[in-house]
Design a protein around this ligand. Structure first.
Ligand code: NAD
Length: 455
């Protein structure tokens, strides 16, 4: 598509530009706009820009489509592909472009750098103060060593004097992005100078009405806090999955009780205490690889993070081993996978454990049937005709020898033992997300096993 086809004019004086309208950028921009803060979104991908500017959210996120349409109608949100126009019309620029993994695990800062070159050139032409706020996840030191220099070189201005520079890492979770944007646990702010800190707090005061607790620190520490949180979650999940694997083989054990005890005594946040088929998505695996690579580069032993990653990769094999054990060998067997996204309530399949499970099943000679309420299109793009896609969960399990619950979509909880018993060739269910109560399968004629219990 000709990029000029979707060129959008900036029509209003606004307060914030958000550069990169992916999961983070679009959620942030639309939430700001919904509180009356005029916001301009900047997106380089012509197809995404075209979709967004016609009121369509290019990914699944609850509440966002309605909010996008109402903010566009109210005139508090508009979008463009022109960074300089957006910078000219606003006071703050949030950088929310992607920071994907390189093959060696480091993050690729290419999108951040090129956005900063354009941002700097726009700042050069601007006569009034402007602040650049880094929300993309970048390893500790990136703002000080790379972003600041790129902005200064392309603007011929000085960060902390002529323009403000801040790091405000993002903690929203896909699936609850809108709620999380309005209700953060805390705001982390690393600023180049006092004025920037003051101005950003004023902006957030306007947005939140009551400011959440603010952690004020250096730009490097702000970047580091984001990584420390995500890698802590990754280590914690690999640890929990290891406990679940032990519960699998201990007589009369259930990891659910163990985790409850652990969470109570250790006062842990129970949002990240669910054993399963491994962590996935666009953040935890990527951020853990990136911090590990950064540690190695700095001469620091990264084995705690490397172990978390290695346990995570093996977890899909644990699930497939459970299926293999219950079906007496998978070769030639038909296996249903319910759930393809990396967790419920999103269509994101980036590094989804379901994809690892499918590839393991295929390598053991199984035929795979798959269903997901929202992530079928994204999976089709990756797997093509390697699996048989069904339009409904009940169709997917028909005639299969085993069903693996791979994602915790609420919709799957509406299935009952009867559905499995009457549709499947051999009713065997491996519940990798622990969504069912084992009690309900007792004497049902279904061979039910859930991860993390031997009962
Ligand atoms: P994404 O890939 O979904 O979106 C990034 C967008 O930026 C894309 O649409 C891309 O076309 C656009 N883009 C790239 N360069 C651009 C430029 N120069 N100008 C305008 N647009 C440009 O990424 P995401 O998942 O939203 O993540 C963004 C950042 O936030 C990453 O660093 C990620 O690690 C971090 N993060 C993500 C999440 C999450 O749940 N997805 C949560 C917290 C933090």
């Amino acid at each position: 598509m000709n990029p000029f086809f979707v060129y959008m004019r900036v029509t209003m004086k606004s307060l914030v530009s958000v550069i990169g309208l992916g999961y983070v950028g679009l959620s942030t921009a639309v939430c700001l706009a919904s509180r009356g803060i005029k916001t301009i979104g900047v997106e380089k991908d012509p197809n995404k820009l075209k979709a967004i500017s016609s009121g369509h959210v290019p990914f699944h996120e609850e509440r966002l489509p309605q909010m996008l349409n109402s903010t566009m109608k109210k005139g508090t949100f508009e979008c463009t592909n022109q960074i300089h126009k957006a910078v000219e019309a606003t006071r703050f620029s949030f950088i929310t472009v992607g920071t994907p993994s390189k093959p060696n695990g480091e993050i690729d800062t290419g999108y951040v750098e090129s956005a900063c070159v354009e941002l700097g050139e726009a700042l050069k032409r601007k006569k009034v103060w402007h602040a650049v706020v880094v929300k993309s996840t970048v390893v500790p030191g990136t703002t000080e060593e790379l972003i600041k220099h790129t902005l200064e070189a392309s603007s011929s201005l000085k960060a902390g004097e002529d323009f403000g520079l801040a790091v405000n890492p993002e903690f929203l979770r896909e699936g609850t992005a809108v709620y999380d944007t309005f209700h953060p646990d805390a705001l982390v702010l690393g600023c180049s100078d006092r004025r920037t800190l003051r101005e950003i707090k004023k902006l957030f005061q306007k947005f939140y009405r009551k400011l959440p607790s603010v952690i004020e620190t250096s730009t490097t520490n702000a970047e580091f806090i984001k990584y420390s949180v995500n890698t802590f979650r990754a280590v914690q999940l690999s640890y929990l999955n290891t406990l679940a694997n032990l519960s699998n083989v201990l007589p009369d054990s259930d990891v659910g009780d163990v985790v409850k005890g652990l969470a109570t005594i250790m006062k842990l946040d129970n949002r990240y205490l669910r054993p399963g088929p491994g962590f996935g998505g666009s953040c935890l695996p990527k951020d853990t690889r990136a911090l590990a690579a950064h540690m190695r580069k700095k001469g620091v032993d990264a084995s705690v993070l490397e172990s978390a990653l290695s346990v995570n990769l093996k977890q899909s094999k644990v699930i497939v081993d459970m299926a293999e054990g219950l079906t007496n060998g998978l070769s030639g067997k038909r296996v249903a996978i319910l759930g393809l996204s990396f967790k419920g309530n999103t269509d994101d399949v980036r590094e989804s454990p379901s994809l690892n499970i499918i590839s393991e099943l295929l390598s053991r000679g199984a035929v795979v049937a798959a269903y997901d309420p929202k992530a079928m299109e994204n999976t089709r793009r990756i797997l093509g005709d390697k699996v048989l896609f069904s339009d409904r969960a009940k169709d997917c399990i028909k005639g299969t020898h085993c069903c693996i619950i791979a994602t915790d979509w609420k919709e799957f909880q509406t299935l009952g033992p009867n559905d499995f018993r009457t549709s499947m060739k051999t009713p065997v269910v491996v519940d990798a997300r622990r969504i069912f109560e084992p009690e309900s399968f007792r004497n049902s004629g279904v061979l039910y096993r859930r991860l993390g219990t031997s009962r």
